[in-house]
Design a protein around this ligand. Structure first.
Ligand code: SF4
Ligand code: SF4
Length: 98
């Protein structure tokens, strides 16, 4: 099957993305749990680069440009570090083409 998006650049793909940000985070990260994490798997796995390690050993997280792919939740093996739910109706990422 031919990929209909094969010739579309990353920048053009992103131009079709809207983030309808809710005031209520749909992902919560317990940064106290993160402090004892040795893998920091979320930092490299998140395609939107929303997990940022800090100099003091912490993690900063921003939910506002989340693609809702679930990767961080899958790769994190520290119990209780990530609490996930989908955004409330009408909020979150929207992909549109055409
Ligand atoms: S979210 Fe999970 S993988 Fe990422 S730093 Fe925290 S405990 Fe580690
Ligand atoms: S759901 Fe995907 S885009 Fe959102 S924070 Fe997790 S890895 Fe990043």
């Amino acid at each position: 099957m031919v990929d209909p998006y094969h010739d579309i650049s990353f920048e053009e793909r992103m131009s079709h993305v809207d983030f309808r940000v809710s005031g209520k985070p749909h992902i919560a990260v317990d940064t106290e749990v993160c402090r004892s994490c040795t893998t920091r798997a979320c930092v490299t796995a998140c395609p939107a680069n929303l997990f940022v390690p800090t100099d003091d050993g912490g993690i900063l997280f921003n939910y506002e440009q989340c693609f809702e792919c679930g990767t961080c939740y899958q790769v994190c093996d520290e119990s209780g570090a990530i609490t996930w739910e989908y955004p409330a109706g009408g909020h979150g990422v929207v992909f549109r083409k055409g």
